[in-house]
Design a protein around this ligand. Structure first.
Ligand code: DUC
Ligand code: ZN
Ligand code: ZN
Length: 461
């Protein structure tokens, strides 16, 4: 067979193991895995590792974040940053503005993404209201259109749902074969601790972390998994930050509940001390749940190593630091309560896990591929993606496993004006990202057309 493209001599990571071979691509799909393959374009990948293109199933782009607040990335910059960080698909959330229907929110997001994306995109939904239109019309119709997953929040005024409301949403998920994702933190407990901190004058960024302690997340994780058990549905607990919350997930699994778990780079590399830097600097690390301490990092690593986590995502939620539309929002210096929540990370997720996991011998190449691509595709229903296998989209990323560098803001492509990992040393970096057979990043720079499309999903649960 004559291919459009052959990637020669890479160490190819497949679900079945790692082997040295060629990858033949025809019409955007992987057509052959073998040796001596011929094609119109040849990429010499000797010394490089061919990974399935990263799928980041947890990113926030252009999401409404309060009056006067703006996210730092649009779909052009976010997908550029993602491609440069070794991703070929991202999964952002659609959050309706107040008074907007979910269906109209999806239309608006898709218009924002249209023609802008360097890599593929597949939307999750956020359900913040259980009105009859959302539950009875919009969700069933959007699920049928391939948006088969939605997030609910147990925290944030205006977003949080009560237990009864979460059960109603889960019931729709059960009926239509969708997956519910839960942000598990107890809002009432946070509100209590936050009010108390403010009354005592504890208003600096670090108190964001101190008013969202581990029990806040542990209790909500227990409740979320129990609600899923009662509703009879699978559930994804996103951004798990600590060992106690993970234990709740494992206890639920032992009872037979189908629980998936996600963690993120911030929970294996950052700590609450980062929020305690001088002045307002700590705002750069304000995200929820907050980073914990080194013993919790160890607990998360232990979970990764024993296979307790299904996916490793970024929770990319970018704001600029030196910007009143970002971290330095009006009132943010007067109280941590007003600091926009979230950190950028779509471009650094994979190098951090590769370096801390693969290069340090904690995870195998196969486990890396599963945690960063294959499991995202399987759980969220991206049937064509997530693996180097004949018939799949030719979404392939070539990694140089030997290159060592420091992460620095000036080399990144996201819209934030900082990275939480400034100066962090990594070994291993993606050098070429290929989307459906076309190179979209080469040697750290975006190239090619903005041909990213919206990918409809099937329920594979
Ligand atoms: N939850 C997220 O998943 N992302 C950013 C903010 C938040 O609370
Ligand atoms: Zn969340
Ligand atoms: Zn998030």
């Amino acid at each position: 067979m004559h291919h459009d493209l052959v990637i020669k001599d890479a160490r190819v990571v497949t679900s079945g193991g790692v082997s040295n071979c060629d990858i033949g691509v025809l019409q955007g799909r992987i057509a052959s895995l073998g040796t001596g393959l011929g094609g119109a374009e040849i990429i010499d990948a000797k010394g490089l590792i061919a990974m399935p293109g990263g799928i980041d199933s947890h990113v926030h782009i252009s999401q409404p974040s309060g009056p006067g607040i703006e996210m730092a990335d649009d779909f052009a910059s976010a997908t550029t940053a993602a491609a440069c960080g070794g991703n070929t698909t991202i999964m952002p959330f659609c959050l309706p503005e107040d008074g907007q229907t979910l269906r109209d929110a999806v239309t608006a997001y898709r218009a924002k993404a249209d023609g802008q994306c360097l890599i593929d995109v597949s939307f999750h939904l956020i359900v913040k209201s259980v009105d009859p239109t959302t539950l009875g019309q919009d969700l069933p119709s959007l699920i049928a259109q391939g948006m088969t997953s939605f997030k609910v929040f147990m925290t944030y005024q205006g977003m949080r749902l009560t237990d009864g409301e979460i059960l109603q949403v889960m019931d729709v998920a059960r009926e239509h074969g969708a997956l519910t994702m839960v942000h598990a933190e107890n809002e009432d407990a946070i509100e209590f601790l936050r009010d108390k901190a403010e009354r005592d004058g504890r208003i600096q960024p670090v108190h964001h972390a101190r008013t969202r302690p581990i029990p806040v997340e542990r209790e909500a994780t227990h409740r979320a998994t129990t609600l899923a058990e009662i509703a009879g549905v699978p559930v994804m607990i996103v951004h798990v930050s600590n060992g106690a919350a993970l234990n709740e997930i494992e206890r639920a699994k032992a009872r037979g509940v189908r629980v998936f778990a996600e963690t993120c780079p911030q929970y294996i590399t950052l700590t609450a001390d980062d929020l305690d830097r001088a002045g307002f600097e700590g705002a750069k690390w304000v995200c929820s749940p907050p980073p914990r301490d080194t013993s919790e990092q160890a607990a998360i690593w232990a979970g990764i190593e024993r296979g307790a986590f299904d996916v490793f995502s970024s929770d990319h939620c970018p704001f600029r630091f030196a910007d009143t539309a970002g971290k330095d929002a009006p009132g943010a210096r007067a109280s941590f309560r007003n600091i926009p929540n979230g950190i950028p990370g779509v471009e650094t997720r994979l190098p951090i896990l590769f370096s801390e996991g693969v290069a340090k011998g904690r995870v195998s190449l196969e486990t890396f591929a599963a945690l960063t691509a294959t499991n995202h595709a399987r759980i969220y229903g991206l049937q064509q993606k997530g693996a180097i296998a004949v018939g799949k989209d030719a979404d392939i990323v070539l990694w140089d496993p030997l290159v060592s560098k420091k992460i620095t803001q000036d080399a990144l492509h996201h819209g934030s004006d900082y990275t939480p990992w400034e100066g962090f040393e990594v070994t291993g970096w993606p050098v070429r990202s290929i989307l459906r057979g076309k190179t979209v990043m080469l040697d750290g720079a975006p190239v090619g057309q903005r041909d990213g499309t919206h990918v409809a999903r099937q329920s594979l649960l």
